[in-house]
Structure formats: structure tokens, C-alpha cells
Write a protein that binds this ligand. Structure first.
Ligand code: PLP
Length: 388
């Protein structure tokens, strides 16, 4: 697309739909292939894999390039986007592209659980040390950067407890010290937080969530600056990280309506969060847009809105009481993941090693696209049955 100034909502609709790829159709079609046939041996030898160049199934087809290009255009300052078969694969592959034995990685203490497990198991086994830090450390991250620190990971808001980090502050310090930064930006997407413009080098999405948006696809994306993109893309091929054309197509389709869906998730989640705040059974509500959420000021300063995921404290409720509360909900599914059109609820137990969780006895909600008053009535019914 030409680079005239258009707004992100329009970019979502236009992104990746090059005429050369879609022909006379509205959408770039699903191009499934393993094999690309060249016109001649000379043609084959000349071919260099990359966006827009057919070389082999692993390097993708127009279906993949359309999604990559659309996501890159949502991040001003980015050079490209690599695709992965899951959000977790996107995270682990990026870490592998930055680290080698003997290196140290800084990771916020409220990181997504499977990322923590990868650091504590695989990276440790390969001689890479993870140092966890308080997600609210801000510019004091400077004191944690040592001679072997080779990457700083961020996730904002963080998993389960939703603290919002001082991303520009941490990234400015990191840049000063020559340490690359990577962020898990799944909650906000580039629509609510364009991470590269905020100073991050590499931004990662579990497109499984809001990009796909329909709980029917798994996919991860890594969007990076020119300094990092080629290395990341190269390693994704070296690791054989193939994404099916059908899954890439589903994510491009999801992207077209993402702005609209996020607005509804935001409005409904805020209504539920504010309603919960007034209930006597409920303690702290960890929603980034609420004052009581740690790091709320960073959210106000840096974000363009909020999405549908947050947590709240069910006062004095042990694990059994919280499980019963969730079991009694009729409109909320019980399941991992989030970001689809449907509402979900799970009791959660944050793991912390260097900082304190801002609240305990937590339930995490994903507020979907149902009529929000039905969701509130469902929560109300289950709260009333609680006998704490
Ligand atoms: C914050 C966050 N990052 C990454 C992931 C991983 O994404 P995927 O399930 O596509 O591997 C998840 C999944 O729940 C998540 O919540």
C-alpha cells in the first residue's frame, strides 16, 4: 500500500490486499502449497526467499504475505512480520534469536506462565539465565542490567495480575545500554498500543487471541525493526516454523473486524469491571483502565484503549469457593485462552518469585461479544449463591 497517511482502522481493512496478490477478488485467496515450480533452473537459482517471492511452502505464499504486511503496517517503524504456528512459538523463537549460552535475560515476574516455563526449563538447560524483575520497576531496570544481559522482555499488562509497565521508560534505558527489548503485546494489539513507536525493538502477538478473534485458530506473529527482523525471519525458517495458509487466511479475515470487536470488548469489559467494583463480595478489580490497577497511570499515558481481559478478587474465597463460583456461571466458558467472541472465566493463581501480586483469590474474566447485561446477570446469580 502507498504510504499516504491513513488511520489504523483503515489500515486494518486495506493492509496486505495488494492487487498483485488478490487479482479481482476482495481478499487474497488461500494459496496452499508445499512446492513452488520454477520456470528454469536459472530462475530457481536466482530466487531469494522473502515477502512477495515464491520459493518453497515454508517461506509462504501470498496468503501469508498479506497477513505479514498488514501487521507490519500497523506498527510504524517496523521492517517486517514473521509468522509462527502459535503465540508461544513466536515468543520462544524470538528468545532463541537473541540469546546464546552464557547470556542473561530479564523477564517481568508476571510473565505468561508457559513463557516462564520455557525460561526456567529450556533456556536454563542451555546455559541461559533468566532474571525476573518487578513489572513496575520502570527506569530502575538500569540497576538490573548486567554485563551478560542480552535481552529485556516485557509483557504489558502482565498475565493474570494486569500490571501495566513503563514500556517507554524501560526501552529508553535498554536502548541506552545497547540491550534489545521484546514485548508480548497480545492484550493490547498494535491498535491499542503500537509498541515499536513506544521504543520496543520486537513486538509479539498471540494472534490466536484478538487477531483471529473467533477461537478457531492458533498463530503467532513477530514484528520487528530493521535491526532485528532479518535475523528473526531467518531463524524461523531454520527452525522450520511453518504456518498453514488456511490459518494465515483466518487471521487476515479476523484482522478486518478487529477494531470493531475490540471496541465492543472494551465497552462490555469496562461495564462489568465497574459493576463488580460495587459488589461487596469483590475486592480489588485488576482492570488497566481502573485507578486501582497497578501501573494505571502508564495505561492512561500510553494506551489508546482497553480490551476484554481482566481479573478481580473474590474476597476471602479459597480455591474451592472460586471453583464453585466459576462452575455456576452459565454464559462463561471455562477454558484457557481468550480473545475470541465468547466470554470465559477461570480461577487463577499467579506465580511470583521477586515481587508481590497486587491481590489474591483471583478470577480472570474474558468479556466476549454477548449482550453485556446477560453477562452481568449471570455473574450476579453466581455471586448471590456464594456463602463466604
Ligand atoms: C499473554 C499471552 N501470550 C502468549 C500466549 C500464547 O499464545 P498461543 O496460545 O497462541 O501459544 C497466550 C495464551 O494464552 C497469552 O495469554
Amino acid at each position: 500500500m502507498n504510504q499516504r497517511r491513513i488511520r489504523p482502522g483503515t489500515r486494518l481493512v486495506e493492509g496486505g490486499r495488494r492487487k498483485a496478490w488478490r487479482g479481482k477478488l476482495v481478499n487474497v485467496p488461500v494459496e496452499r502449497t508445499s512446492t513452488v515450480l520454477f520456470d528454469s533452473v536459472a530462475d530457481m537459482k536466482r530466487s531469494r526467499a522473502g515477502l512477495g517471492v515464491y520459493s518453497y511452502g515454508l517461506q509462504g505464499t501470498a496468503t501469508h504475505w498479506a497477513l505479514s504486511e498488514a501487521l507490519t503496517e500497523l506498527e510504524p517503524g517496523a521492517a517486517g512480520t514473521a509468522l509462527y504456528p502459535s503465540g508461544l512459538a513466536a515468543i520462544t523463537s524470538t528468545l532463541l534469536s537473541l540469546l546464546k549460552p552464557g547470556d542473561e535475560l530479564l523477564v517481568p515476574d508476571n510473565i505468561y506462565g508457559p513463557t516462564r516455563h520455557f525460561c526456567d526449563a529450556f533456556l536454563k538447560q542451555h546455559g541461559i539465565t533468566t532474571r525476573y524483575y518487578d513489572p513496575l520497576v520502570g527506569e530502575d531496570i538500569a540497576g538490573l542490567i548486567g554485563p551478560d544481559t542480552r535481552a529485556i522482555m516485557l509483557e504489558s499488562p502482565g498475565s493474570l495480575t494486569m500490571e501495566i509497565q513503563d514500556v517507554p521508560g524501560i526501552c529508553a534505558v535498554a536502548r541506552d545500554r545497547g540491550v534489545p527489548t521484546l514485548i508480548d503485546n497480545t492484550w493490547a494489539t498494535p491498535l491499542l498500543f503500537p509498541a515499536i513507536a513506544a521504543g520496543v525493538d520486537i513486538t509479539i502477538l498471540a494472534a490466536t487471541k484478538y487477531v483471529g478473534g473467533h477461537a478457531d485458530v492458533m498463530l503467532g506473529t513477530v514484528t520487528a525493526t530493521a535491526e532485528h527482523f532479518d535475523r528473526i525471519q531467518r531463524l524461523s525458517w531454520d527452525l522450520g516454523q511453518a504456518v498453514s495458509a488456511d490459518d494465515a487466511w483466518l487471521c487476515s479475515r479476523g484482522l478486518r473486524t478487529m477494531a470493531l470487536r475490540l471496541k465492543q470488548h472494551e465497552a462490555s469489559a469496562l461495564k462489568v469491571a465497574n459493576w463488580l467494583k460495587l459488589r461487596s463480595e469483590v475486592g480489588t478489580v485488576l482492570h488497566p483502565a481502573l485507578l486501582e490497577c497497578p501501573g494505571h497511570d502508564h495505561w492512561t499515558r500510553d494506551f489508546k484503549g482497553s480490551s476484554g481481559l481482566f481479573s478481580f478478587e473474590l474476597k476471602g474465597a479459597n480455591a474451592t469457593a472460586r471453583a464453585t463460583f466459576v462452575d455456576r456461571l452459565e454464559l462463561f466458558g471455562i477454558g484457557y485462552s481468550w480473545g475470541g467472541f465468547e466470554s470465559l472465566a477461570i480461577p487463577v493463581e499467579p506465580v511470583r518469585t521477586v515481587s508481590k501480586a497486587p491481590a489474591s483469590n483471583l478470577i480472570r474474566l474474558h468479556i466476549g461479544l454477548e449482550d453485556v447485561d446477560d453477562l452481568i446477570e449471570d455473574l450476579d446469580r453466581s455471586l448471590r449463591k456464594l456463602q463466604l
